[in-house]
Design a binder for this molecule. Sequence first.
Ligand code: SF4
Length: 434
Amino acid sequence: MKYHIVTYGCQMNLHESEKIAGILREKGYTEETDIDDADIIVFNTCCIRENAENHAFGNIGALKRHKREKKDLIIAVGGCMAQEKGKAELIREKFPFVDILFGTHNLNELGELIDRKRAQKKRVFSLREEREETEDGITPVRTGYPGAWVNIMYGCNNFCSYCIVPYVRGRERSRSADDIVREVGELAREGYKEITLLGQNVNSYRGTDGTSFPALLDRCASVEGDFRLRFMTSHPKDFSAELVSVVKKHKKICNCIHLPVQSGSNRILSLMNRRYTREKYLEEIALLRREIPDCAVTTDIIVGFPTETEEEFQETLSLVREAGFSSAFMFIYSPRTGTKAAAMDGQIPEEIAKDRLSRLIEAVNEQTRSISAGYVGKACEILCEGYDEKKGLYLGRDEYGRMGYFESEENPIGAYVTLRIERANGISLYGTIA
Ligand code: SF4
């Protein structure tokens, strides 16, 4: 019996797919890379943007004929989209060949749902409204060697007005600090070289014993072993000097912080319910640069938020230049039913939003190119994480998140490699082993 998992969305979802794989292995399934040969196909969905949903629906729909030909095939749909209000009914009605539906709060029940489906020969749709537990007892099948993800918390309390996450992932629940530190220790002993602590808003982590996020990070970075530590995502409203000093204290913690700004306009930030101002954000960047001058900052930006004017978009462009981001994830605002912003007047026409996005991408790319150009002729240590078949080159990132490509006779995946950078192309660096 073989499984195939299709994952959409963020690192949280990628890690949850590792847990889904863990459950399926427990049930005796093995992984199958070809979707056509699988006996169970699991879609781990995302609903952060409309595109992600449409993509998932398209791919699920494409299996209709396949299911007709392969009667015993089990198709399961889980993740954020499954948990979204109204989507279970829609899937039940429009996709009668979907056998199992599970949400973000009952991923750990997937094994039982499969048993029920097999025993009853009926569709099994199961959603839970909330989940108190923070430990799911699942051993993930890790797929990111030399990198590994560790959930430190689940859910979000922030209710940014454009975001559906609090509705589909529930309120914040933090894991115990001892359990997290234990997991980091195990990963280090198993030889993982880059451990990323994950949460929707890691800065609001609060362990059962009151441990704050900087204290947790300090403990994780004190674990013995030869590994790098990253964390995401930080929220500027909770960013603190204490956190900066922990990053500065430990060599293991990468000098690269992902700090989503979303907009450079105070009016738009307020409409987004982000609870910080442009000035506060820039002060945080200044603090980081003062304390850790080489720290790279990456961000997320949304353009075309309802009522955003050209002047306000220009404020975003000026913030991009002032903050000196080394890279950014940039998106056109996507209305999500049920969020406050979706009901706001002043939705921005698509062509205006697209134009703003392309100007923003150009502004960020200009900075990215100039930072990359600064690498040329210098040495750079990367952690080799894979092989790019298309390029025929090994690849890996330095601590600042820059991707380096190189040739190697031996397989260096999982090793730190020092490259002499010969050329740069956008965010990518090309070099030879020094
Ligand atoms: S902090 Fe805001 S954007 Fe991030 S998950 Fe929570 S509500 Fe969404």
